[in-house]
Write a protein that binds this ligand. Structure first.
Ligand code: UT7
Length: 340
């Protein structure tokens, strides 16, 4: 996608001049971004007293130094609501103007109703319809894709695409292979149509491979293995992961889909001004950037402070880059995620 000319305070995305050859075409613009994290911070040092690990191991293997973890009263929907309010405020849009709310999450407040409906209630977005997308760490990119299609169909409408997670609620705090990785956060973008020149979401590209499901999954809580005392005791409602295997597939598939997006728009990796990958591991991000030949100064990383926040990681990073002025008018931004 391309940022607008109005400056980083108001990230506007509209039309790609390369694709439209002079014609006015409505594309989806991001009118505002927002993010929210819990107040409580847990450092690697803190984790040393919970599992057998070290600050040195976590920092060198993952790039993570600390993460935000929710306390009482903070939930996936409250964080999502806070992030949404900030995105709405930046865009100067009222909740009553919203038509659609889509939340990417794997850690909803509850199975039913969906988190989007709770955000709708919290915001007072009375005319919006709301739903969740269940695509793990890729959840925000899926939500953005769906919202983009909706806005292209009805450019006058307004949609919120959100990624929000309380991964701490589905983390096995006795498993050092996973508990050092995750954090809680939410990020949101406010979208509407724009026919404004050379800016906007240029294209979106999604792929799945269900054959790999056993590499990263949550065994319990679904219809195969419903909640029970045994499930709770074994902590089978928590994330299980074969980290090494996930690592290899992540590097390969993130590089492949990024190439697909770049070539679909007749662009080159050199054209990318800011690459915002899913913040799962600093080594994964570096390996993907190296494969794409995108220099480190063009890769946005904040994993050090947040850990892996799943579907929230990209919109949180996008909001930071936007508010800090790292995004400049006319920048070409590449978002890239993978997950369970
Ligand atoms: O968001 C999408 C989902 N997740 C991911 O993207 C994660 C992808 N995978 C990874 O990021 C990495 O595979 C990990 C960070 C999870 C693990 O790093 P690794 O370099 O692949 O380590 P490893 O699993 O090969 O383990 C190396 C050693 C093992 O010890 P031995 O068998 O060599 O004696 C582990 O038991 O490190 C040990 N280890 C730890 N040591 C200290 C594993 N976790 C820890 C820990 N602290 N927290």
């Amino acid at each position: 996608m391309r940022t607008g000319r109005s400056g980083p305070k108001c990230l506007r995305l509209g039309v790609d001049r390369l694709l439209n050859k002079g014609g006015i075409v409505n594309r989806t613009a991001i009118l505002g971004t927002g993010a929210a994290v819990p107040k409580k911070v847990i450092t690697n040092k803190d984790l040393e007293s919970i599992v057998e690990t070290s600050d040195e191991w976590i920092a060198t293997r993952t790039g993570i130094k600390s993460r935000h973890i929710a306390e009482d009263g903070e939930t996936t929907s409250t964080l999502a609501t806070e992030a949404a309010r900030r995105a709405l405020e930046m865009a100067g849009v009222k909740p009553e103007e919203l038509d659609m709310i889509v939340v990417g999450t794997t850690s909803p407040d509850m199975i039913m109703p969906n988190t989007g409906a709770l955000v709708q209630k919290n915001l007072g977005a009375s005319k919006a319809f709301a739903f969740d997308v269940y695509a793990a760490c890729s959840g925000f990119v899926y939500a953005l894709t769906i919202a983009d299609k909706f806005i292209k169909e009805s450019p006058g409408k307004k949609a919120l695409a959100i990624g929000s997670e309380l991964l701490s609620s589905i983390t096995d705090w006795q498993d050092r292979n996973t508990c050092v990785l995750f954090g809680d956060a939410a990020g949101a973008v406010l979208l509407s149509g724009s026919s404004d020149g050379d800016r906007g979401i240029l294209s979106t590209h999604l792929n799945s491979d269900g054959c790999l499901w056993e590499l990263l999954y949550i065994p319990g809580g679904g219809c195969i293995y419903p909640p029970s005392a045994e499930m709770a005791e074994k902590r089978d409602y928590c994330i299980r992961m074969h980290g090494n295997e996930v690592f290899k597939h992540a590097v390969r598939s993130m590089a492949d889909v990024a190439r697909e997006a770049i070539s679909a728009n007749d662009l080159k990796p050199d054209d990318v001004d800011l690459f915002i990958p899913h913040q799962a591991n600093i080594r994964i991000m570096n390996a993907v950037a190296e494969r794409l030949k995108i220099s480190p100064d063009r890769v946005y990383m904040n994993i050090e402070r947040y850990g892996n926040t799943s579907s929230a990681s990209i919109p949180v990073a996008l909001d930071e880059a936007n508010r800090s002025g790292r995004l400049k008018p006319g920048d070409l931004v590449l978002l890239d995620a993978f997950g369970g």
